[in-house]
Design a protein around this ligand. Structure first.
Ligand SMILES: [Zn+2]
Length: 134
């Protein structure tokens, strides 16, 4: 069921809201960035995401192909979301860090299906051999 969730960074400078249907799936990737962030995400298209506060607190980190803007709070370091514009993924989208949602329940997170992506080997369409550590 699609629901509105509210999220924030750790210090609260950055606040956002988004519509997510957790039953449609979440994902974890083993790429060099997601592995270090332990990033567990849900993808939402731009119209379903609103930054409510903290544009000035958001730093932008990019690497590799510079496709994705990895946004993080310059005060507390939390990474509430990334965003990019990739036509194959439906255009402008946000990768929301589920760990930064403030009003999701543990039960909702535990019930959300997780798809694993082998980003470390550029195979986002399949799971890596080992996933239990992600
Ligand atoms: Zn912060």
């Amino acid at each position: 069921m699609q629901k509105t969730y509210h999220g924030s960074c750790h210090c609260g400078a950055v606040r956002f809201a988004c519509e997510i249907d957790l039953a449609k799936g979440t994902s974890k990737c083993n790429c060099s960035a997601c592995g270090k962030y332990r990033f567990w995400k849900a993808i939402v298209l731009a119209p379903s995401f609103r930054l409510e506060q903290g544009q000035e607190a958001l730093a932008d980190y990019q690497f590799g192909s510079h496709t994705i803007h990895h946004r993080f709070c310059k005060h507390c370091g939390a990474k509430p979301f990334g965003h990019a514009n990739v036509q194959e993924l439906g255009g402008e989208f946000y990768a929301v860090n589920l760990a930064c949602l403030d009003d999701v329940t543990a039960e909702e997170l535990a019930a959300a299906p997780v798809q694993f992506e082998d980003g470390r080997h550029d195979h986002w369409d399949r799971a890596p051999a080992v996933t239990s550590h992600l």
